[in-house]
Design a protein around this ligand. Sequence first.
Ligand code: BG6
Ligand code: MG
Length: 213
Amino acid sequence: MIKAVIFDLDGVIVSTDEFHFQAWMQLAKRLQIPFNREMNERLRGVSRYESLSIILENATNAYSEEEKQEFLDEKNAVYIELLHELSEADILPGVEATLAKLREKEIKIAIGSSSRNTPRILEYIGMSDTFDAVADGNDITKSKPDPEVFLLAAKKLGIAPEECLVVEDAYAGVEAAKAAGMKSLAVGSAIDSPDADYRAKDLSQVNIIELLA
Ligand code: BG6
Ligand code: MG
């Protein structure tokens, strides 16, 4: 029996995944490193630092840790600038209805995101007080596919991992849910993930209550 649903943020609750892509693309272009949407799929769910490491796999130059830190700051500055455009209009289809159904059934809801920008994003979309718990990139040392962020979210809720369902748009996130001993609903880019228990194009295409039994 599922007693809590843990939502990834970027690409599940809000369309910030596109801003991440645009910000990385800007950096990759400046550094003349090949980068495209297909490569971007590998960045979903993983930390800022690991995302940069993946992009730099295609670099011809070697960069020092200091330079890498500058690149991370540069990417994040562009990303934060793009976030200024964010509003409730960027909440993804089906999210608000899904949260309302879960509330009605007294199912706990949490965020489990690798993003250190989570508090800022929740504020922009008017959801700072929506969730019973938030576990994000500021609280963890290992990013998805490690289960740390989901286990922390469950702990904050006081719910056992096997009683949690995770909603994810990243392969790494679905893998993390499995490693945490949780069920998962894969949406968007993760829809073909072999590890997922349930699949839907987005949250408007599924009645989440049917997945809780
Ligand atoms: C995840 C995104 O939610 O957060 C990743 O899917 C991103 O693409 C990661 O790298 C870290 O985000 P931030 O906001 O801390 O740079
Ligand atoms: Mg995501």
